[in-house]
Design a protein around this ligand. Structure first.
Ligand SMILES: C[S@@+](CC[C@H](N)C(=O)[O-])C[C@H]1O[C@@H](n2cnc3c(N)ncnc32)[C@H](O)[C@@H]1O
Length: 233
């Protein structure tokens, strides 16, 4: 699906809002935007940021109106992307994309991305999540469909925090944060801890839902507003 679960998105929103408040979100690159849910949910939290999307499947640009959601769109497979030409960014988002390649490829992508982006935010399914191509898009296939939280923590370089949200069957999602530079790691570690505390203290069922229909603009806007109301500084 060109969308993902709602799980973890309030935490990501809280972190992005805090990076933005410190002037650390001027360029955001969304790797594998799919239907553009991250732009829909989080652009309002990063008002100074230019948002760039890198999507492998060209037909999604028109189908999901990505030109109206992003300032810049690059059609490319991130495994072969020239990160030098992509240019520097403050934040690289990897929302449910790394399971669409082998672990070795994901490590290679993250190593290159970390050289050009100060902060990285990742969301990755945990447990058994098989998926084939969708709508003729071969990039939707899950190449890695049974990753554990421990395995993902080994893949993400310079981890500054993360959270696994897993059900009784061991299925769920992990959200992870990383920064290349030591000073940035200290900043991000404290921001993530503060954001985790905030989300944990927000006992709203509306916010802590597992799924939202992100293909429905009204449902997406309602969730965006709930996140903004809870995580704004
Ligand atoms: C599950 S969707 C996630 C969409 C969105 N990030 C979200 O979380 O709602 C995965 C997206 O990544 C794209 N994708 C998969 N592999 C890719 C690659 N190697 N390079 C660029 N995009 C890729 C797919 O085409 C699809 O749009």
């Amino acid at each position: 699906m060109p969308i993902s679960m709602a799980l973890g998105k309030p935490l990501i929103g809280a972190v992005l809002a805090r990076l933005s408040a410190r002037g650390l979100a001027r360029r955001v690159v969304d790797m594998g935007p799919g239907a553009g849910t991250y732009a829909d949910l989080f652009r309002a939290l990063t008002p100074e940021a230019a948002w760039c999307a890198v999507e492998a499947w060209g037909p999604y640009v028109a189908k999901y109106g990505l030109r109206g959601k992003y300032d810049e769109i690059i059609i490319a497979d991130i495994r072969y992307l020239d990160f030098i030409k992509l240019g520097p960014s403050d934040i690289a988002l990897f929302g449910d994309i790394l399971e669409h390649m082998s672990v070795a490829e994901a490590c290679d992508v993250l190593a290159h991305a970390a050289m050009k982006s100060r902060f990285m935010v990742l969301s990755i399914p945990i447990g058994h999540w098989p998926q084939d191509e969708i709508e003729g898009n071969p990039f939707e296939k899950h190449v890695e469909d049974n990753l554990s939280h421990a395995e993902i923590q080994d893949i993400v370089p310079n981890l500054c925090g993360g959270q696994a949200m897993i059900n009784n069957q061991g299925q769920g999602l992990g959200v992870y944060f990383s920064a290349n530079d030591l000073a940035d790691r200290n900043i991000l570690t404290s921001i993530v801890a503060e954001a985790e505390e905030l989300i944990a203290s927000t006992a709203s069922d509306d916010l802590n839902v597992a799924a939202v229909d992100f293909l429905d603009p009204l449902a997406t806007a309602a969730f965006r507003d709930r996140i903004a109301a809870s995580v704004m500084i």
